[in-house]
Design a protein around this ligand. Sequence first.
Ligand code: F6R
Length: 599
Amino acid sequence: MCGIVGYKGKPVRVKDILDTLKMLEYRGYDSAGLAYSRDGILELRKVEGKIEKLYGLVDDSFTDLVIAHTRWATHGIPNDINAHPHVVGTLAVVHNGIIENYREIKNYLNGYQFKSETDSEVIVHLVNYFYKDNLFDSILASVKFLKGAFAFVLMDTKSGDLVAVKMESPIVIGLIDGGYIVSSDIPSIIKWTRRIITLENGDIFYISSGDFKIFNFIENRFVRRNIEIISWDLGIAEKSGYKHFMLKEINEQGKVIRDTIAGRIEKNEIILDEEVRNYLDSTDIRNIVYIACGTSYHAGLVGVYYSLELAGLNSHAVHASEYRYIDKSRVSLDDTLFVFISQSGETADTLSVARELKGMKAKILAIPNVIGSSMYREFLSFPTRAGVEIGVAATKTFTAQLINLLLLNLYLAKKKNIQIDGLVHEILTIHEFVDSILESYDQILELAQEYSDYQHFMYLGRHLMYPIALEGALKLKEISYIHAEAYPAGEMKHGPIALIDNKMPTFYLYPYNRLVNKNLSNIQEIKARKGKVIALVDKKTKEIAKDIVDRMIEIRYVNEYLQPILAVIPLQLFAYYIADWKGFNVDQPRNLAKSVTVE
Ligand code: F6R
C-alpha cells in the first residue's frame, strides 16, 4: 500500500506537494514524510500519524525537487524513523510495496548502518552502494537485485535528478508545464495535468535536467510509453454537510443504484454495456467464478446465488488471496467466466490472479469502480458507477457491485432463454426503498446506542442473507473494533452456538423468503440460550418475529434477489453509528487502507 509522490520542475510550494499527497491518504495513513531540495540541500521531515501533522513542519518555501510518502506499515511499526523517505547522503527514497529479499540485501551490504526496521531502506543503500558518478547506472544495477512488488521514487540533491521505478505497484507520471509530477494514482495529479504516462512493469522513468527517458529493465532497452489525455472527471469528494464521508456514501446509495443501471436496462430488457454484451454473446459460459477480496468478495458470494439460481450456471466465489496460490495448471478454463470484483481496481491479490488467468487465455470480466485503475485498463470491464468512495469501509460500492452482478446474471439468463418474471421491473424501483430506509435512520441510531457496549456480536442469515451477514460483521469489526462473527444460520448448530449467551447479541437477517420457518427455528434456538436477537424483518416476518426477538429493524418486502441490497443498509448504519458513538475515526479506521496494494 502507501502513497508516493515525486516532483521535479519549476519551483512549487512544498505545501502544494503535501496537498497532492493528501489525496493518496486512502492508501495508508499511519505515518508520513517528505524530502525536498532547498538550494541543493536535502531537507527531511517525517512524522508518525497523518499528513496533517507534516503541514506544521514545513514553511512556505518553494522547491524544484521533492518526494513525499504516506505509509501503511508492513515492516516496522509506524513511527517517525520507519516513516519514509529514507535517506543516505544526497539520496532519498519513498517506496510502495514490499522488497521481499531485503534481508539478503542487508547481508550483501554488510557494514552499512540501517536506521529503520523497514524493507524499503535497502533501496537507497543499494543505490548509494552502486553510485559512482552516474545515478542512472546505479539505479539499473540496484533494481536487478530487488525482488517483490515495488514502486519507488528516488531523488538526488547532488545531481538534481528524479527517478521513478515500477514493478507491480502502480505509478503514473504527469507531464506538466516545465516539469513532472509522479504519483501512485491519476486522480491525485489531475489538478496538475491531464497528460499522463502510466508506467509498466520494469520501467525506470528517469528525469535529468528537464528531459526524461524510460528504460525497461526487464526488456533491457529504452522504451516509449503513450501519453494519455485523461478526459474523465473526479467525483465530488466533499462531505456535503455529513459528519463523515461514510455516512454521506451510505446516503448516496439510492442515486448509485440509479446511476449504475442507467442505460443498461431498456424496455424492461437487460442490455448491459455494448462491449460487454458483445463479449458475452460470443462466449460460451457454463461456469462463473467470482474472485475478489473483503467486501467485494461478499458481493461475489451474492453473485454465486444469482448465477446458480437465475442464470443456471455452476458457480463459486474465491478469495483472491487464496486463489492466487492455487496451482491452476489443471483448472478447466473452458466455458468458465472469471469475474474479478474490486472497488479500487488496484487490489494486489485480485489483480495478480486476473493477470495470471489472462496469461492462460481465460475468459475474464472485471467489475472495478475506479475508472482508470489498473483493472479497468487491463481487462474488459463492466464498471460500477458508485463515484469516488472516500470512507475506507466500502458501502455504496458494495451496493453497486450487487446491481452489476444481478444485471450480469439476468443477461446470462436471457441468453439461455430463462424467463424471470418481474425482477427487472423491481430493479428499476428498488432505489426508492433504499431511500426510505435512510429516512428512518433514527431507529438504527437508537439501536446502535443501546447495543454499543457489547464486545461481541453474531451475524446470521441463510441463502442470500448469508453474504450480507458476513458484510454486516465486517463493517462492525473494521470501524467499531467490535468482535463480530458471521455464519450461515444453518451452520450455527455445528459449533458457533456454543458462543451464544446474554453477552453476545445476534443480528439475525430475517426478511421473508423460502427459509422463513428454518430461520424462525434458529432464532428460537438463540432465544432458548438467553441470546438477545435484533431481527432485520419486513412486513411479512415482522408479525412472526415480534413476540420473540428483542429488537426489530424493518425493511420493505421485496423480491428475495433484491433483499441483499436493502438488508445491507441498516447493517452499514448500525456499524457507523456505533463507531461514531464510540468516537472512532470512522472514515480512516486504524490499521486499514482503502486500496490494498500489498499481499
Ligand atoms: C471493507 C473493505 C475491504 C475491501 C477489500 C477489497 O469495507 O473495503 O474489505 O473490500 O480490501 O478492496 P477492492 O474492492 O478495492 O478490491
